[in-house]
Design a protein around this ligand. Structure first.
Ligand SMILES: [Zn+2]
Ligand SMILES: [Zn+2]
Length: 275
């Protein structure tokens, strides 16, 4: 009888989990490879908080710094084994630290893997960013333009993408000196107050188009409502100071929802930005 109850519970439990993963994958098909994952992995990805107990904040910051250091130098996220070796934590403690960082929105996990640590990404989201020594996936238009401002040894990078509507290739040499030339426009689909409902989806839809005509055509063909359109100078100013200090110990993450003053200072306007 006990065993029967246990089996029934497990069965219901994984059906519920499967349903939640299915719903997520239907809504955001590009980012979630199919296949059942464990409840624990799923919950750490999406509900990190409850697995984040028992690791002190200094250790969590140690893990964050190894992740950001590795991503800034190589474009690759460190493995759990590497994080454990570099911080002296055991793998379970590393997992708890990752859960804490995900709950804090310092990183984004999918199936237990680091897919984003803004402005870095480890999955293709429409942009490549090439420095002198390192090649990164840019998380989005905003993140791609931010990398030259953040990584000390790479003050100028080549950002490349394709117009999501017509496929035209675009590239800019982005530096700290000033905005790149170009008449293309950036379009952000998801307003700041909803960015973290699904941040991978939000970043994937912060793109650069040939012009307003391509944005409007894309909105029509995808059935999306208009978001916010800006020129490349505004995008560059938005990216310039947003991640300042992120590679240093003790960094406090900016929350887009609370950043109205910063957005206003770079020339953004309206309710899309919480203004
Ligand atoms: Zn186009
Ligand atoms: Zn982004």
């Amino acid at each position: 009888m006990t065993e029967f109850c246990w089996v029934a519970f497990t069965h219901d439990d994984s059906n519920d989990l499967r349903t939640r993963i299915d719903q997520h994958e239907q809504k955001y098909p590009a980012q979630t490879p199919s296949g059942l994952i464990s409840r624990r992995t799923y919950e750490i990805d999406y509900l990190g908080e409850r697995y984040a107990e028992g690791v002190d904040e200094k250790r969590v910051e140690d893990v964050r710094l190894v992740i950001y250091g590795e991503l800034s130098r190589s474009g690759l996220a460190p493995s759990t084994a590497k994080l454990a070796a570099e911080t002296g934590l055991d793998p379970t403690e590393v997992e708890s630290a990752l859960a804490r960082l995900a709950a804090n929105r310092d990183i984004v996990l999918r199936r237990g893997q680091i897919v984003m640590a803004h402005p870095f990404a480890t999955i293709p989201l429409g942009f490549s960013v090439m420095g002198r020594k390192t090649l990164w996936w840019g998380g989005c238009a905003w993140d791609s333009f931010a990398i030259a401002h953040l990584v000390p040894d790479e003050p100028e990078v080549l950002v490349a993408t394709q117009c999501p509507q017509c496929g035209t290739a675009h590239a800019w040499q982005v530096s700290r000196e000033g905005p790149p030339a170009g008449s293309q426009v950036a379009h952000f689909l998801v307003p700041t107050k909803q960015i973290w409902e699904d941040v991978v989806h939000s970043c994937h839809n912060q793109r650069i188009f040939c012009d307003s005509g391509c944005v409007n055509e894309w909105l029509r063909s995808t059935g999306n409502e208009s978001g916010y359109e800006m020129d490349l100078s505004t995008l560059w100013r938005l990216a310039r100071g947003w991640y300042a200090g992120r590679l240093d110990r003790g960094y406090v993450r900016r929350e887009p929802l609370l950043a109205a003053e910063y957005f206003a200072s770079v020339g953004l306007r309206g309710p899309f930005w919480g203004l």
